[in-house]
Design a protein around this ligand. Structure first.
Ligand SMILES: O=P(O)(O)OC[C@H]1O[C@H](O)[C@H](O)[C@@H](O)[C@@H]1O
Length: 316
């Protein structure tokens, strides 16, 4: 576990439109940028300086619009699954740096990390009448892995529990969406957002893309792989506390309706979102929930033809 002593100092600087952001740098060269606006990771680069996340060239860095790309945090509501604004409000609030977070029982050897915290304002409590502390740690591992840990605590003093849904809405950068496949979701049940959230079962093949997709896969494995053939790169997601996985690409027609997204940009992004949606999380006062996401990008040239994400991991 990293201590204050061996920790790499983080840089706080002004990003787009003067919004504050934190830059994390790992000794071997990987880096990440985190905006306090939204507690939003907007960049993750490997040790060759290659960007691994998609960020729209039309992203609007101006509250209340959430930043299009990177890793928006969806809380306390995913999408329109409830009465709050789409994806909840955490993604368009200004978070604070948490200089003294409660101890982190993690075996991570990360030295480059930042702790953020979001607490509701009085106005927030008018739309969602619950007191909470949302602590987010963003860390870079020694191999350039990006790790996000969310800890959400019910701090209600009225004795009331609350329930929420959640997602790390990760936009991966891909060379060509038509050359990408996702492994780990085959044969699973999903809710199709394009068909009134109806429940279907996925076929036995890896998922490939040739049209708009917006599906919530249920009870997914802890590892999911995104294989980018052209880039010869595989993203591996490892997740904990997040049973569901949303797969989204707006494709051409929907892209044209989005003001903060280029018409052709759908070709170069794919959202695979580690989430807790089907069964909302309920916390009693004093209880805390954790949701963890670990992302790695590994060369897939050595692994071509292997369908099992477990094997992809072994040959990284
Ligand atoms: O445009 P946004 O509010 O950021 O939402 C973007 C997308 O997020 C998720 O992936 C949902 O499943 C989609 O239905 C939604 O279109």
């Amino acid at each position: 576990m990293a201590t204050g002593r061996d920790r790499v100092p983080v840089e706080v600087c002004k990003g787009v439109n003067g919004l504050e952001m934190v830059v994390l740098r790992e000794a071997r060269g990987s880096s990440a940028e985190v905006y306090l606006y939204g507690g939003h990771v907007t960049s993750w680069k490997n040790d060759h300086g290659e960007e691994l996340l998609f960020l729209s060239s039309k992203a609007i860095f101006k509250p209340p619009k959430a930043i299009r790309g990177g890793i928006p945090i969806c809380f306390p509501q995913f999408s329109n699954h409830g009465s709050l604004e789409q994806h909840g409000f955490a993604r368009n609030r200004i978070w604070s740096i948490d200089n003294d977070p409660p101890p982190f029982p993690t075996n991570s050897s990360s030295r480059a990390f930042i702790d953020l915290i979001l607490r509701p304002t009085e106005d927030d409590m008018k739309i969602w009448p619950h007191s909470f502390e949302f602590r987010l740690r963003v860390a870079l591992g020694p191999g350039g892995d990006l790790m996000l840990t969310s800890r959400i605590r019910n701090t209600n003093s009225d004795g009331k529990p609350f329930s929420f849904t959640f997602a790390y809405h990760t936009y991966f950068s891909v060379s060509d969406i038509c050359e990408v496949r996702v492994e780990g979701l085959e044969t699973l049940d999903y809710l199709d957002n394009l068909q009134n959230k109806e429940r279907f079962t996925e076929q036995g093949d890896a998922i490939t893309f040739e049209a708009e997709i917006d599906k919530i896969y249920l009870s997914t494995p802890t590892k999911i792989a995104i294989l980018d053939h052209e880039k010869k790169r595989t993203f591996v997601l490892r997740k904990d506390g997040l049973p569901d996985a949303v797969v989204w690409n707006p494709w051409d027609k929907k892209a044209k309706t989005m003001a903060d997204f280029g018409d052709e940009e759908y070709k170069h992004m794919l959202c695979v979102e580690a989430a807790a949606i089907e069964k909302p999380v309920t916390l009693k006062p004093g209880e805390e929930w954790r949701g963890r996401l670990e992302l790695s990008a590994v060369p897939s040239s050595y692994c071509s033809g292997q369908l099992d994400p477990q094997k992809v991991l072994q040959c990284s």
